[in-house]
Design a protein around this ligand. Structure first.
Ligand code: PLP
Length: 450
């Protein structure tokens, strides 16, 4: 019998992203072997509260038996069949119908991919394909916000990421225009911030030529840019400008979809009326990789017209709409509705907000923010100037991240701050325990600095 315990694997073979590759040679990474509810357990059986739900995605917590059953059932019935070439499988049709019914616009049509990055990448292809077929091949430019994250492919890195990331990978960014994130300037009111951001957006599209702009592409709330909710009228006003110029407003709901903010879609939370949306992560509670492009009728018709001119939609992928992933996603959506998880999140918010606010008393904490079941904790770090970003994390945030692991807690460090995004099924008692563990980690870092 081969010995397959993780302890017997070498640790210098695997290359891991957002990791120091040299460190991987000398130091074993944290190896997680199991999960249950909001907890994950490492190879030595030690528990950690996963306060980020594995990159904001395991909404139903770990090892939900119904999701496991759904996967097994589909594996038994038909483990794989690619959707495409005028063929599909029942569960994929069901999932498309379900998402269409849940979409915030009527008669939505849906297609699937594997990851959030892919969904966003494919939207760009669809936009360019549809615009060219509609006689507007010049309408290619995409306006996004600095510091947003839309994925790891070449095109989605160009969309978000920031100039440093573009330079590091030599990413072609020709069609991308970047405007400011919705971070208020010191002393600015909500209305002033809105005026400034809307004026900047208008100037950006006027300078490029409005008829060269395909879309304004935005996360309702950007976690990677420090989770700053937009000013109250931001999306309504930007949406009106988009409508005026035939620019599509696209919502990246990869993080914000399925209840994270206490509304089913993040677009509802921020008052955005997108022409189409992308979703992933909590769609399947991330037990299986699947993402969706959910199109409003206008865009779906434009894509169909492009298909007419060509005879078909020349786009497909082996794992898009994978039946096992679709079965898990369908079950996830059923559970979210049956258990009223979005209502649960709303009911949990007073407790969550109060628990996070308690951390403000800590000398290492400069401030806290919550938005739905998300929290941003700004740290007193003299080296971290400017807004939080997800670029290479150093300094206090990294020290707190390391200390939190020692205290049995996984948090997400950004530059100068931490993000928390626990499973949607977390309980009040678990929130309290999370805060106790985080306070302990903050104490450890504070004591080491003293
Ligand atoms: N969009 C947003 C807002 C995200 O936060 C992410 C990932 O964190 C993505 C897209 C990319 O999704 P994936 O990692 O599944 O490719």
């Amino acid at each position: 019998m081969p010995d397959d315990t993780a302890a017997n694997y070498r640790n210098d073979t695997l290359v891991l992203g957002i990791s120091d590759l040299k460190r991987l040679r000398r130091e074993r990474p944290l190896v997680l072997a199991k999960g249950k509810g909001v907890y994950v357990f490492d190879e030595n059986g030690r528990d950690y509260i996963e306060a980020v739900s594995s990159f904001y995605c395991v909404g139903l917590g770990y090892s939900d038996p119904e999701l496991v059953e759904a996967a097994i059932e589909q594996l038994r019935a038909l483990p794989m069949y690619p959707s495409g070439a005028h063929r599909t499988v029942p569960v994929v049709m069901q999932l498309a119908e379900k998402l269409s019914a849940l979409a915030p616009f009527p008669r939505a049509r849906v297609t699937f991919a594997t990851t959030g990055s892919e969904a966003n990448d494919h939207v760009l292809k669809f936009l360019w394909f549809a615009n060219a077929a509609a006689g507007q091949p010049q309408r290619r430019k995409i306006v996004t916000r600095k510091g947003s994250y839309h994925g790891s492919t070449v095109a989605t890195t160009a969309m978000g990421g920031g100039a440093r990331l573009h330079a590091l990978f030599g990413i072609p960014t020709g069609d991308m225009l970047h405007v400011s994130q919705t971070v208020p300037l010191p002393g600015e009111t909500d209305a002033q911030a809105c005026d400034r951001l809307v004026e900047e957006f208008s100037a950006c599209i006027q300078q490029a030529g409005p008829d060269t702009i395909a879309a304004f592409y935005a996360e309702p709330l950007s976690v990677s840019a420090g989770m700053r909710p937009p000013p109250t009228d931001y999306f309504a006003r930007i949406g009106a400008i988009c409508d005026l110029h035939g620019i599509r407003l696209i919502a990246d709901e990869v993080v914000t979809g399925f209840g994270r903010l206490g509304t089913f879609w993040g677009s509802e939370f921020v008052g955005a009326k997108p022409a189409l949306m992308t979703a992933a992560k909590n769609l399947s509670s991330a037990y299986q990789p699947i993402s969706a492009i959910i199109m409003g009728e206008e865009f779906a018709d434009a894509l169909e017209m492009a298909s007419d001119t060509e005879g078909w939609l020349p786009h497909n992928g082996t794992y898009h709409a994978h039946p096992v992933a679709a079965a898990v996603a369908l079950k996830t959506l059923e559970i979210i509705e049956r258990r009223d998880l979005v209502g649960d999140v709303r009911r949990l918010l007073p407790h969550w907000n109060a628990a996070i606010a308690r951390l403000r008393a800590h000398p290492l904490v400069r401030g806290t923010r919550t938005c739905g079941l998300l929290a941003g904790i700004d740290l007193n770090d003299p080296a971290a100037t400017g807004p939080a970003t997800s670029l290479k994390v150093e300094g206090v945030a990294q020290h707190v991240y390391d200390a939190a692991l020692d205290c049995g807690l996984v948090v997400r460090p950004l530059v100068g701050s931490l993000v928390l995004s626990p499973p949607l099924v977390i309980t009040e008692a678990e929130i309290d325990e999370l805060v106790v563990r985080l306070a302990r980690a903050l104490d450890m870092v504070e004591q080491a600095r003293a």
